[in-house]
Design a protein. Sequence first.
Length: 625
Amino acid sequence: MHQLLQEKLNQLPGKPGVYLMKDEQGQVIYVGKAINLKNRVRSYFQGPKNMAAKTQALVARIRDLDTIVTDSELEALILECNLIKEHKPRYNIMLRDDKSYPYLKVSLQETFPRLLVTRRLVKDGAKYFGPYSSAGSVRETVNLLRTLFPLRTCTGSDCKQRKRPCLNHHIGRCLAPCTGNVKREEYNKVIKDVIAFLEGKEGQIIERLQAEMMAAAEELHFERAAELRNQLQALERVMEKQKVVSTTMEDQDVIAMARGLTQVCVQIFFIRGGKLIGREHFFLEGTNEMDRSQVITAFVKQYYSRSEYIPPEILLQEPIESSEEENVISQFLKEKRGKRVALVVPKRGKKLQLVEMVAKNALLTVEQQEREEQHKKSRTEEAVVELQSHLHLEELPWRIECFDISNTMGQESVASMVVFEGGAPKRSDYRRFRMRTVEGPNDFASMAEVIERRFSRAREESQAIEKGELDPMSAKFALLPDLVIVDGGKGQLSSAREVMKKLGYAIIPTFGLAKENEWLFHENSSEPVILPRHSKALYLLQRLRDEAHRFAITYHRQLRSQAQLTSILDGIAGIGPKRKTALLQHFGSVKKMSEATVEEMAVVEGMNKELAHKVLQALSSTEKG
């Protein structure tokens, strides 16, 4: 054991908190919580007896650790969830790609609130619903709500005054607050209905609309009564599709899981007022060798740390992994909801039938996912075999790397390296490069530079691995491709091959892919390889090239946007290097920053509402100019 690690183990406090295990490169590979850090962390180093293989693999990679002491185990639980989300540790159970899960946001902090889709939870006074497992399910909900309720869809936190309303108003989809057609109080009634709908309280909306419709009819406001009647009918059609699953008319979430061959699917059903109003499924990573209780426990912690609405009862297929953990989670849910939350594992009756129904759906979902993945895998692998045949390669090109150059008149020249394995993208191995030695729009020299940097790093890492100075698992370039594709014709190919020969990698087959005709060029042939028009091999190469181009263009735009943003921020009094860096890291682009509200910007480290207002004014002036 490393001396530094041993010293930290000797100094561990006997208090509640969170511990972060790190590998040789300083990467966080596991986050855990404990009621007693000293006892819990030391237990990992008591020997491999009765220790799962996954835990043994974790301990073998630990080179350093950090601890954060909290006042209670409840605080530790909240911090643990946040740190798992931030670091995505390799050995934790995680909601797959949880960073990308979308939420619905009702911007209550605005004078006339909007319904937005967002991927960031910010304490800005808005109300959030989610997370949802896919952008598609969010879009369906948004489209339905905009059909049912006349909300504004214009951009901007301030509802800018206009002389004439937009088309949405004319077709009954917006109350046109921008023209003063509706008072704030009247508009906010609609917003309350939207929130009630998202919380599954459609019955309340229908009662109110019925009362308003009758009142409007009695006052001879027949046009208004007809509008309310149409809205009522639309709501009732939606409610007819909702299945009654409980006679107790209570709010519940029902959670169950199913294991597939390679993954775990957790399904959650949302029951509001006894009706099933929706469901979501999530795939979890890092569940190998974890028992079912551990999986359910990890899901409950991570899901409800992000969910804004928590029902009074949560039905679980498996119990929380320990009574101590259940007490902490119950306390956490109670504080977040403001009232007691029951965690129930039903053994009989209607509630057990509900859990079994959810478990059956989870199994169907994971089986469908695996069928689709198997079908996709077989198609992509066929494309790889086909490509080997057309290019007359001795080895199957299982790992293909494609390089592309992007610049605008030679400015901010960048390159991308994308990787496909078995015919499918391996995004964790994508790399991007900013040109260091090339000035001006010189694609040949840029290609030579990026190829040299890629294979020089491969050689350095291979030598370090041989000397025992680098863990192969931590290497980024040591794994070599079976095939290299450079986006471009003979010129780019020649530049790449010259460097590969110099560095000792000439044995790797390399082709240039011409943009115009999608012909492949090889250095030993004057004639191009022309793949059949509708072949799987051609489709694979097109995907590879498009992905390389997309990745390069995205990086190029990001650099240009950051340069523009830096230029704008440099001219604002009170925005120094630290605040500028914080804003760049938080928003990343002019577009995202200009779309932010004062409240959203004010939560960035070092910012306040006054400075946020200055920044948004500067951005607005730049757009107008």
